[in-house]
Design a protein around this ligand. Structure first.
Ligand SMILES: [Zn+2]
Ligand SMILES: [Zn+2]
Length: 258
C-alpha cells in the first residue's frame, strides 16, 4: 500500500464560475508542482475538459480521473468520478439531456469553455451548466455505481447545494463512497444528521482558481491508483468508523466556492 495525495474536486474553464486560467494545462502543472498524485476535473454537470487534462497528466505523472460535479433535481451537488473518459462522457450525455434548455448568459455567469491541452479553445458550451439535471440523487448514484464510478456528495457542511442543506440529513441506503466536507471540524456537529454509519469523510479543494488547487486534500493508502482502488480504500476507512486521518487541510481561503 502506498499513500496517494488526492484532490478530486477541481473546476476548470468549463464551469462558468471557474477562472479562465483554469485550463487543463495550468491545472495539471499546478498539481504536479504541488506534488498531488491523483486529481479529477469536476465541472458542473460536465466532464469534457478532463479528457485533455488526463492526456497531460499521463505525460507528467499525475493521474487525472474523469469527474463531474452533478447537480441533482434536489439541488444536491454530487461528485461523480470515473476511470474512463468513455464512461464519464456517457454520463455527461445522460445528464445533458436532463438539464433544462436554458442558455448561458456569459456576462452574468461567466464563459463555459472547452479548452484543449495547448490552451486552445475547442468550443463554448451554450447551455447553462449551473442548473439541476432532472435526476434524483438516488437514481444518479445508482447510475454512477453501476458504471464503476465513485459517488461522493459534495461539501456536506455547506449551507447551499449540499445533501444536508437540501434534504436535512444524509439518508440511509444510497451507496455513497465517502462524504466530502470542507472543514473536518464540522464533522462532529453533523454526525447526528448522517444516517449512514460507515461512510468516511474526505476533503478536496473545490478550486475555482489556480492558487486554490490542493488547499484541501485527502491522503489515501491505495493498492492501485484507480476508482476501484479508491473505493476499496474508502470502504476500509469507513469500516474503521469514518476515520478522518486522511483529510489534510493545507490552507483556507474565504473565497466563494459554488
Ligand atoms: Zn465544486
Ligand atoms: Zn458544489
Amino acid at each position: 500500500m502506498e499513500g496517494f495525495s488526492c484532490d478530486l474536486h477541481i473546476h476548470s474553464t468549463l464551469s462558468p464560475c471557474g477562472d479562465l486560467e483554469m485550463s487543463p494545462r495550468n491545472i495539471v502543472s499546478k498539481a504536479k508542482e504541488l506534488g498531488l498524485d491523483i486529481i479529477a476535473i469536476s465541472d458542473h454537470n460536465m466532464t469534457e475538459n478532463s479528457f485533455y487534462a488526463h492526456e497531460l497528466g499521463e505525460k507528467s505523472g499525475v493521474l487525472v480521473l474523469f469527474g463531474m460535479e452533478l447537480q441533482t433535481e434536489e439541488e444536491v451537488h454530487v461528485l461523480a468520478v470515473f476511470d474512463s473518459f468513455e464512461t464519464a462522457f456517457l454520463f455527461q450525455k445522460t445528464v445533458y439531456d436532463l438539464l433544462p434548455p436554458v442558455k448561458n448568459d456569459p456576462d452574468f455567469f461567466g464563459d463555459q469553455v472547452v479548452v484543449d491541452g495547448n490552451d486552445r479553445i475547442v468550443r463554448f458550451e451554450d447551455r447553462l451548466l449551473l442548473n439541476s439535471a432532472q435526476i434524483s440523487i438516488t437514481a444518479a448514484v445508482s447510475w454512477i455505481k453501476s458504471h464503476g464510478g465513485l459517488a461522493i456528495p459534495c461539501h456536506i457542511d455547506s449551507p447551499t447545494f449540499s445533501v444536508i442543506s437540501q434534504l436535512g440529513y444524509v439518508p440511509e441506503g444510497i451507496p455513497f463512497d465517502a462524504l466530502e466536507i470542507r472543514d473536518i471540524k464540522n464533522a462532529h456537529a453533523l454526525a447526528p444528521l448522517i444516517l449512514q454509519r460507515h461512510v468516511p469523510f474526505v476533503t478536496f479543494s473545490d478550486a475555482h482558481y489556480l492558487q486554490d488547487i490542493g488547499r484541501r486534500t485527502t491522503r489515501l493508502d491505495l493498492g492501485e491508483p484507480s476508482c476501484k482502488g479508491i473505493e476499496r480504500a474508502l470502504k476500509a476507512l469507513g469500516d474503521n468508523d469514518g476515520n478522518l486521518s486522511g483529510c489534510t487541510s493545507t490552507k483556507e481561503t474565504t473565497r466563494y466556492d459554488g
